[in-house]
Design a binder for this molecule. Structure first.
Ligand code: ADP
Ligand code: MG
Length: 364
């Protein structure tokens, strides 16, 4: 618990409401007075659920923070106050200790931030449209790739029969296997409306496959750390799609840490981290439990000019890059009702994939 001095909260730009053990309002800072159009004098002593008309979501957030004695953020909170239009907010609830007449008393600090709802809806709309345009483009591309692929595979098979040195079969087999892999990928791209073939599976299984593939591709220059949450619930998903999605993200990380100048051996680091997250809205559906997969690398970071467009098809910062890796990853993750996002500064880039946990029943 944090010991808290009330002075100082006055200066915060974030709206802060402090409630005591019995959930009566003890203090409201000026930013909160502004946000909710209330006066500290009038609401001090009032019960919180009178002030915000019984918000079940807020009550749940408070309950969670209390039960676990930890800070908890609710990202999707709507609050109505005094008959005004409902505000769309995020709220962080933190248990604190207050000095009160020389004694310590438990209290809760509520920090509210306004979510620009209009902005949010517009952004979601734009992303949906973009993703539709992406699919169209990908379909066309996939058609173009499929045709020569058949030729490549056929020629490799003929070549395979003619080869005399057995050791050379290994090479033709690589061509054939990779052609098959591409072929099945293209088939999947050509049916973008095909729903994933869902099976209950462990994300760790998926990550382990990806890890071994990348470790084989980059035997030097990359260290892959694992930080897995052993209590991670399973997801319902299409294993091949999820492997492809994660592989694309992890491969980008490997390229980022080894790319450019001669890599310093052992300096490139990638961390695969899994965590359970609670109470999130993914693709407009509310989930009690979701799974977060973070892929962190210590490479140079996502170039500034790409940030807005990184998930668009054919956007690449690498020479010879297809610019399809993240587009595909996003498509597959979206088909699983998940979202993918990233944060990046030089030396610290994290791509996060959020997927609903299996059995969550698209929770309330
Ligand atoms: N972990 C990362 N660090 C830095 N840049 C990245 C990272 N992941 C992706 N990028 C940038 O995003 C671009 C697009 O990635 P992607 O869609 O996979 O296409 P491609 O890998 O074919 O270029 C990459 O070319 C790279 O410039
Ligand atoms: Mg890529």
């Amino acid at each position: 618990m944090t010991a808290l001095a009330l002075s100082g909260l006055d200066l915060l730009a974030t709206a802060v409401v402090l409630v005591d053990r019995g959930l009566a309002v003890r203090y409201v800072n000026p930013a909160a007075e502004n946000l909710f159009e209330i006066s500290s004098k009038n609401v001090t002593g009032q019960a919180l659920d009178k002030l915000f008309f019984e918000s079940a979501v807020l009550t749940a957030a408070i309950g969670y923070a209390r039960a676990n004695n930890c800070s908890y953020t609710e990202h999707d909170l709507e609050l109505g106050i005094n008959g005004r239009p409902r505000l769309h907010l995020s709220c962080t609830v933190t248990p604190v200790e207050l000095e009160h007449r020389g004694a310590q008393a438990d209290a809760l600090l509520l920090e509210f931030r306004l979510i620009e709802q209009q902005l949010r809806i517009a952004r979601e709309q734009r992303m949906l449209e973009e993703s539709r345009a992406n699919r169209e483009l990908i379909r066309n591309l996939a058609h173009e790739i499929k045709n020569p692929l058949g030729g490549i595979r056929g020629a490799a098979q003929l070549l395979d029969r003619e080869l005399e040195r057995p050791a050379l079969h290994e090479y033709t087999q690589v061509i054939i296997n990779e052609a098959d892999r591409l072929q099945s990928l293209m088939d999947r791209l050509l049916t973008p409306h095909r729903m994933p073939q869902p099976a209950r599976l462990s994300v760790h299984e998926v990550l382990e496959r990806v890890r071994s593939l990348i470790a084989a591709e980059y035997p030097e220059g990359v260290v892959i750390h694992r930080d897995y949450d052993v209590s991670l619930p399973p997801v319902k998903g299409d294993k091949e799609q999820l492997i492809q999605a994660m592989l694309n993200v992890v491969r980008n990380a490997a390229q980022a840490v080894t790319g450019g100048a001669v890599p310093a051996p052992g300096k490139g680091e990638i961390t695969l981290r899994t965590r359970v997250v609670r109470q999130v809205t993914l693709a407009r559906r509310r989930h009690r439990h979701a799974i977060a997969v973070d892929v962190t690398d210590n490479g140079p970071g996502v170039p500034g000019e790409l940030r807005e467009r990184i998930f668009h098809p054919l956007v690449s910062g690498r020479e010879g890059g297809s610019g399809l890796g993240l587009t595909l990853a996003q498509n597959f993750v979206n088909q699983h009702h998940g979202v993918i996002s990233f944060e990046s500064v030089p030396g610290d880039t994290t791509f996060t994939i959020l997927l609903p946990a299996d059995g969550d029943g698209n929770g309330k």
